[in-house]
Design a protein around this ligand. Sequence first.
Ligand SMILES: [Mg+2]
Length: 267
Amino acid sequence: MDMNSLNLKDYSSFFVDMDGVIVMHDQRVPGSVDSLSQLANFGDIYVLSNNSTRTRKRFAKNLAGLGIDLPASSIINSAFVLAKYLRELKGATKAFVVGEEGLDKELELMGHEIVQPAEAEVIAVGMDRDINYDKLDGALSGLLSGAEFYGTNADKTFPTPEGQSPGAGASVGAVKGMGFEPERIVGKPSSVAAEVAMEVAGTDNPEDCLVIGDRLETDILMAERAGMDSALVLTGVETRESLKESDIDPSYVFDDLCELVASSISV
Ligand SMILES: [Mg+2]
């Protein structure tokens, strides 16, 4: 594919990943704020993130603090995706959570109830920086009593200014390690994430959507499977080397969001 052929006018919705693209551990990725405001001239911007640690509202507030004004309704994180998916699949459920505040609260906002393991129908697992033996023991007892295991996402790592830290894959993996397979992991690259994103954006044509992300096996793979175009930016997880080694092919590759926007304008 011709790497210079991106035309932002071809899209009505931009699904932009957050960590490693817009922000890095609560700090702006250089140039991302201006680039997003330029991108907004071409279509609607949605933040599509596998990060389940905070609520959509809280992410919107954090982004506003960095100069990025997006309503909470334009933030689609994996906690919201899981809450919505479960609501549509099973109605209001009783859930035990291995995860952070964002997952608890998004489940509650969608009408689910957070309960102790013995009452749980669902064990919802996301990134958890306070994971411990008690939480895993809770998940195990719920699963042994027949609860179903769902994951927000399975990102192996999470980018921080110091390098990589454990992602949701660490907590999902800990539960898997006790002998259980998740019914579904809903975040990118799952088709559930793509479907929820399109529903929020009010489009049913994947060709209207451009996915912008820093990780091949989540952002770019979801786009590929959903029939959406994708742009990889190299401000997060991937490098030219990791791209070369992967068989996942983004439609476009840019050093950062600035180059993405500049490339299209110069077409
Ligand atoms: Mg990312």
